[in-house]
Write a protein that binds this ligand. Structure first.
Ligand SMILES: [Zn+2]
Ligand SMILES: [Zn+2]
Length: 346
């Protein structure tokens, strides 16, 4: 076992504090990663505060991890000491179910092993990336191309793949009109990726505060959803709407913006059930869908795509002692657009 520095939540209601945790011995197919940077995802906050159900404390979160391989097990073939690598939202899956066999571990029917707050194969609770080191099976470790700035690469492992996967699946590209709802950590990446894919991108955000940013990241339009005229003007307009907002929305208003065979896909997750009129779906044969991160192969494809197109998240680098303050700024939507922890300060 390796004892490493980390930042952990002692309970649902207390701030995160510095601590140490144990990492398992490097197994035959394991990779030991010295973490350099870890992104702060809204899911981290929901998890430690128990918003998505009770968890075991203390808990270390973080599932946007980049770092360097410092040790490999004897059977590791995919990674070598010195490689620049990443770990996202999952660290294992059953590998036997229909979806795993099809290379879609993110939809593992037995439930994949998540990077934190999940029961690992050895029965322990997984601990995430707000720590100096992590041990992960080589099959769930990604190669992070040198072309992506090191500190900006971390948020690609969750925010990047979560938006890339639906954009790729629903064929965002030349001739397609894509709307991105919400301009936060996920939303700003959806804009950059959809624009790089060649789609015409419109941002739908509550106000016009982030319009300049949206246009700089590749959007051609930006509308305020607080203005009712927006919904009249954009009716029947989009092939794809990527909803990154995790608060409830008036779905019928948004669905009415879809043209024939258009799809609204949700990557933000409101905790409460949502209501919509099926008649809104009848019009234009619309679809209402969801998407959950992406497979390991698709995550690698996304990283290579971002390197090729010179895309990286906009980040604010912070020392570990500012994590609690950063949480408050994520909750009040003040971050532009992702906090990344410098792991050397842990
Ligand atoms: Zn996340
Ligand atoms: Zn499976």
């Amino acid at each position: 076992m390796l004892t490493v520095n980390a930042y952990a939540a002692p309970s649902a209601t207390e701030p995160l504090v510095p601590t140490t945790i144990e990492r398992r011995d490097v197994g035959p197919k394991d990779v030991l990663i010295a973490i350099r940077y870890a992104g702060i995802c809204h899911s981290d906050i929901h998890t430690v505060r128990g918003d998505w159900g009770p968890i075991t404390y203390p808990q270390v979160v973080g599932h946007e991890i980049v770092g360097e391989v410092v040790e490999v097990g004897p059977d590791v073939v995919k990674h070598a000491v010195g490689d620049r690598v990443g770990v996202g939202c999952m660290v294992d899956s059953c590998r036997e179910c229909e979806n795993c066999q099809a290379g879609m571990e993110n939809y593992c029917l037995a439930g994949n092993t998540q990077t934190y707050a999940s029961v690992d194969r050895d029965g322990t609770i997984t601990q995430g990336g707000y720590s100096t080191h992590v041990v992960v099976d080589e099959d769930f470790v990604l190669k992070v191309p040198e072309a992506i700035p090191y500190e900006a690469a971390a948020p690609l492992l969750c925010a990047g793949i979560t938006t890339y996967s639906p954009l790729a699946h629903w064929n965002a590209g030349p001739g397609k009109r894509v709307a991105v709802v919400g301009m936060g950590g996920l939303g700003h990446m959806a804009v950059k990726i959809a624009a790089a894919m060649g789609a015409e991108v419109t941002v739908l955000s509550r106000t016009l505060d982030k319009k300049d940013d949206a246009l700089r990241y590749g959007a051609t339009d930006h509308f305020a959803t607080a203005d009712p005229a927006t919904f009249a003007e954009l009716r029947n307009r989009f092939d794809l709407i990527v909803n990154t907002v995790s608060a409830p929305l008036d779905l019928d208003r948004y669905l009415s913006l879809l043209r024939l065979d258009g799809t609204m896909v949700n990557v933000g997750a409101p905790p409460e059930p949502l209501a919509l009129h099926v008649f809104t779906l009848f019009g234009n044969r619309r679809s209402f869908a969801g998407s959950s991160i992406g497979s390991i192969a698709e995550t690698q494809e996304m990283l290579d795509f971002c390197a090729e197109h010179g895309i990286a998240p906009e980040i604010e680098l912070i020392p570990a002692e500012q994590i609690n303050e950063a949480y408050e700024r994520v909750l009040s939507s003040e971050v532009r657009y992702r906090f990344v922890i410098d792991s050397s300060t842990l």
